[in-house]
Design a protein around this ligand. Structure first.
Ligand SMILES: *Cc1c(COP(=O)(O)O)cnc(C)c1O
Length: 403
C-alpha cells in the first residue's frame, strides 16, 4: 500500500471523549447525489476520475436535505445504510477498513429495497471524497477513536402509491467518535428478549435497512428500564413456552454475538436463516480465528482447559451460554465487547448466566486475544492479513483506493 500523509486533527477537540453519536456537525461535509433512474459515468467515471460526484460535497449545516412530505423513504422506509471506519494507523497515515465488504452488503440490500446501487468505484470514491473533505476530523491515533463513515441509499421520489422510488439519493456523511468504552469498566448486561423479534424468517434481518433499527428501539428502552444495556434477540419460531434454553439465538440490536464453548469451539449464529446481519467484524473475527488457531491455543487453554481451537457458524441455542466460559459481541463501533451477564426480565421465563470474565474489560483470555488480533489487523501489523487488501489509504490515488 502506498502512503500519503494526512493532516493533523482539529485542535481544541478532545477526540477521545466524543460520544458514540453525531459529533461536530457544524464542521462536517457530506456527499449527496441523486438519480432518477440508474447511476452512469456522468455521475462518476473512474477511468477519467470525473463526474458530478466530484462536486457533490456539501456543508452538513448549511445544506440540509430537501425532502418532500411524500418522500418514499420517509413514508415506506426504503433506506439502506452502511457503517465503516477511517482511523489513523500512524501519525501521518489514515486507513479505511474493509470498505469493499460494506459495498457488497449495501449492493445486496439495495436489491431488496428496489434501489439502483452505484457501482463499486462510485461507492468507494464517495467514501474517499467524504473522508478527504473531513480530513481534520480524523481523530488522532489512539484506542478506538475513529471517523465513522455512514453511506446511505434512499428512495427520495415523491409518491403516495406503493412502488419503487422514482428518485434515488446516495449520500455519505461522517462523525468523529471517541473510545466506545471511555467511562465503562465492565462488559455488557444483556436482556434475553422473549416477546419481540428483531428479524423473522423470510424478512429483512440480513439487510442493513432502517426498519431493522426502528423495531429495536422500544425493546431497547424497555430493557434499559430494568438495568440492561441491550437485547439478545431469539428466533421466535424456535421458542416454545417452558423450553427457553432450546430457543435459537440471533444477535443484539446492532451487533453480532459469539460464544467461547468449553469444548474449544468459538461459535456464532449462522447466516443461513437469513435473520442475522452479516457483520464485517463478525466475518473478520471468524477469519482471524481460523488464521490464528495455533496462537490462540494458550488463551483457549486458560479459558476452557482445551487447547484445540475451532471457529464455527451454526445454529446456537440459548442454553449453550451455560456451556460457555466467555461470550462477546462484535461490530464496527465497539470492535469486541465481553458479555458480563445475560438474563430474562420481569414476568418472563427465567434464565440467567453470569460470566466472571466479563466483569472487567477487555474480558476473558479469548476475547482479549481476539481484540488484540483485530486491532493488529486494523493497523496492518498482522502478517497473515496484510496481503488480504483489508486496508485502503483514502489519501492515495482514486484508482488505488477504488479498486
Ligand atoms: C451493523 C450491524 C452489525 C455489525 O456489523 P459490522 O459490519 O461488524 O459493523 C451487527 N448486527 C446488526 C443488526 C447491525 O446492524
Amino acid at each position: 500500500m502506498s502512503t500519503s500523509s494526512v493532516p493533523s486533527p482539529l485542535e481544541q477537540v478532545d477526540f477521545s471523549s466524543l460520544p458514540w453519536d453525531l459529533n461536530l456537525p457544524s464542521n462536517n461535509y457530506y456527499i449527496l447525489i441523486k438519480t432518477t433512474n440508474v447511476w452512469t459515468t456522468e455521475h462518476y467515471d473512474l477511468e477519467t476520475d470525473s463526474g458530478s460526484l466530484l462536486t457533490s460535497i456539501y456543508s452538513y449545516e448549511k445544506h440540509p436535505l430537501d425532502l418532500h412530505p411524500a418522500t418514499t423513504s420517509l413514508n415506506y422506509g426504503t433506506t439502506v445504510w452502511e457503517g465503516l471506519k477511517c482511523y489513523r494507523r500512524s501519525d501521518d497515515q489514515a486507513v479505511v477498513f474493509r470498505a469493499d465488504r460494506n459495498y457488497e452488503r449495501m449492493r445486496k440490500g439495495a436489491e431488496e429495497m428496489c434501489l439502483p446501487m452505484p457501482d463499486k468505484a462510485m461507492f468507494m470514491r464517495a467514501i474517499q471524497l467524504a473522508v478527504q473533505a473531513n480530513k481534520t476530523l480524523i481523530p488522532p491515533m489512539g484506542e478506538g477513536m475513529k471517523l465513522y463513515v455512514r453511506p446511505m441509499l434512499l428512495g427520495t421520489g415523491q409518491q403516495l402509491g406503493l412502488y419503487p422510488s422514482p428518485e434515488i439519493t446516495f449520500l455519505v456523511y461522517v462523525s468523529p467518535t471517541g473510545n466506545y468504552f471511555k467511562g465503562t469498566s465492565a462488559g455488557l448486561k444483556l436482556h434475553v428478549e422473549t416477546r419481540r423479534a428483531r428479524a423473522a424468517r423470510g424478512g429483512l434481518g440480513a439487510v442493513k435497512c432502517s426498519s431493522n433499527y426502528a423495531i429495536t428501539i422500544k425493546p431497547l428502552v424497555d430493557c434499559k428500564k430494568q438495568g440492561f444495556m441491550d437485547n439478545l434477540f431469539l428466533e421466535m419460531e424456535t421458542y416454545k413456552g417452558g423450553e427457553l434454553e432450546q430457543a435459537k439465538i440471533q444477535e443484539l440490536s446492532a451487533a453480532n454475538v459469539f460464544l467461547v464453548l468449553k469444548t474449544g469451539e468459538i461459535v456464532t449464529p449462522s447466516l443461513d436463516r437469513g435473520t442475522i446481519l452479516p457483520g464485517v467484524t463478525r466475518e473478520t473475527v471468524l477469519h482471524l480465528i481460523t488464521l490464528h488457531a495455533q496462537e490462540l491455543s494458550c488463551a483457549m487453554e486458560e479459558s476452557t482447559g482445551q487447547r484445540y481451537v475451532t471457529a464455527s457458524s451454526r445454529d446456537v441455542s440459548l442454553g449453550e451460554f451455560k456451556n460457555a466460559t466467555e461470550a462477546f459481541c462484535t461490530g464496527t463501533a465497539a470492535e469486541l465487547v465481553p458479555i458480563a451477564r445475560l438474563a430474562t426480565g420481569d414476568g418472563e421465563e427465567g434464565f440467567e448466566v453470569v460470566f466472571p470474565y466479563g466483569q472487567t474489560l477487555p474480558g476473558g483470555p479469548i476475547t482479549t486475544a481476539l481484540l488484540k488480533l483485530l486491532r493488529q489487523a486494523m493497523v496492518g501489523h498482522c502478517d497473515k492479513t496484510t496481503n488480504l487488501g483489508w486496508l485502503r489509504d483514502p489519501f492515495t490515488l482514486p484508482t488505488t483506493f477504488c479498486e
